[in-house]
Design a protein around this ligand. Structure first.
Ligand code: SAM
Length: 396
């Protein structure tokens, strides 16, 4: 196995540094963060491990070519020069995606087409047959990135996006992606020793992700990956990784995680999701509690702990418990009354949230929930008011 392969891990913007830490733990070398991801080097086994263990990555790509280009003909020739037949054949369904920054080429669509033509012509030349294109359900995905004068071609190792852990029964209202939920927990500095509350838990994403972290359960254990279908797949390395990941699971971890939501319907869904995530026993013995309740009246499950949540914003309060501004003001009343000693981390696209809460945030971090630019606000709570560690206030 070559030890100097190049990879790129994609993640939601704002989580790059934490992703780099995860990748190092998987054995990655030379991590270099870029907006929206981390470039790294290592063996293919490291990339398999990143697929299996990363909670923050959306996808792991294997860079199969880096070359200079000036026009569309160069792009076609580059795509045709790669030994695609080493990884897949004409019977696989193909999809090509392209991103570009500062490219001189006029049309990204045409550049994408030329890359697709290069791959298809290569395979026809080598195998006598053309692969078909299928954007909805591809077997193989190729990603291309054009910068001002450099073309990178990547083979996707993940397949379905990595935030799909394989446990979600149904979506509920505006669920967070699992990797963003894990990112919130990482940014908040949550560890299993700290009691955790999500008073707007919806389908339970944050609570379930936290329980899985406490259980040391690798997020990719129950799903399949694109690399398993590629020619040259290293079965033994993968079996070793799976065996070690299964052995690491701790079903008895001591932890207290509470998720509540005003909607009994979504709580049912959250409990179903937790069951599908293998957390039935945690629900039964109360280490993971998912229960109906109004955030304006929820009681703290411990003297101190972390609140991590994405409350409704804009028009999105369903079922409509109150207009959002009033809901936030009432929530603040409860936080000030009952949650002294706790720290609350709230994700919102609404920059007005601190004013609605009449609390001063001690930190705000820019994060993207899909295309939506959000802030992740930290509030330190003291009974009857708030505390501000002024020097620490910053936007990152
Ligand atoms: C943005 S969603 C949270 C989604 C959740 N993080 C997930 O991944 O599924 C906001 C949630 O707040 C709930 N909600 C609205 N008003 C509430 C209230 N007064 N108390 C508790 N939950 C409330 C809604 O039912 C909705 O599920």
């Amino acid at each position: 196995m070559r030890s100097d392969e190049s990879f790129f891990a994609i993640c939601p913007r704002g989580l790059e540094d934490h992703l780099a830490h995860e990748l190092v733990a998987c054995g990655a070398n030379g991590c270099k963060t870029e907006p929206g991801g981390v470039a790294f080097a290592g063996t293919l086994k490291v990339a398999y491990a990143a697929n299996l263990h990363s909670r923050l990555a959306s996808r792991i790509l294997w860079r199969v070519l880096r070359t200079r280009y000036a026009d569309e003909d160069d792009v076609y020739a580059a795509a045709r020069s790669v030994e695609w037949e080493a990884w897949f054949g004409a019977d696989e369904l193909l999809r090509v995606d392209l991103t570009a920054t500062r490219t001189p080429l006029r049309s990204r669509e045409f550049a994408t087409l030329r890359i697709k033509d290069g791959i298809v012509d290569r395979l026809r030349e080598k195998t006598g047959a053309r692969p078909s294109i299928d954007r909805a359900n591809p077997d193989v995905r190729v990603f291309a990135h054009l910068s001002a004068d450099t073309l990178d071609l990547y083979l996707d190792l993940s397949g379905e996006a990595l935030f799909k852990r394989g446990w979600r029964a149904d979506k509920g209202e505006a669920p967070l992606k699992e990797n963003l939920a894990a990112g919130l927990l990482a940014l908040a500095g949550w560890t299993p020793a700290i009691p955790l509350l999500d008073p707007f838990c919806g389908s339970g994403t944050i609570a379930i992700e936290a329980a899985a972290i406490a259980a040391r359960s690798a997020p990719g254990l129950t799903r399949r990956f694109a690399f398993e279908r590629l020619r040259g797949f290293e079965h033994t390395a993968w079996k070793d990784l799976l065996g070690a990941a299964r052995a690491a699971i701790d079903q008895r971890a001591a932890v207290l995680i509470l998720g509540s939501d005003i909607s009994t319907q979504v709580i049912e869904l959250a409990r179903r999701n937790a069951g599908l995530a293998g957390l039935e026993a945690w629900l039964s013995d109360g280490r993971l509690r998912l229960q109906a309740g109004d955030a304006r009246a929820v009681a703290p499950p411990a003297d101190t702990g972390l609140i991590v949540a994405n409350p409704p914003y804009g028009e999105q309060s369903a079922p409509k418990s109150a207009p959002v501004a009033r809901l936030m003001s009432d929530l603040a009343g409860n936080l000030k009354r009952s949650f002294g000693g706790w720290t609350a981390w709230l994700l919102s696209a609404d920059l007005d949230l601190p004013r609605q809460l009449r609390l001063k945030e001690t930190r705000r971090t820019v994060l993207f929930n899909g295309p939506l630019e959000c802030r992740f606000f930290r509030f330190e709570l003291v009974t009857g008011g708030y505390r501000q560690s002024g020097a620490e206030r910053r936007e990152s």
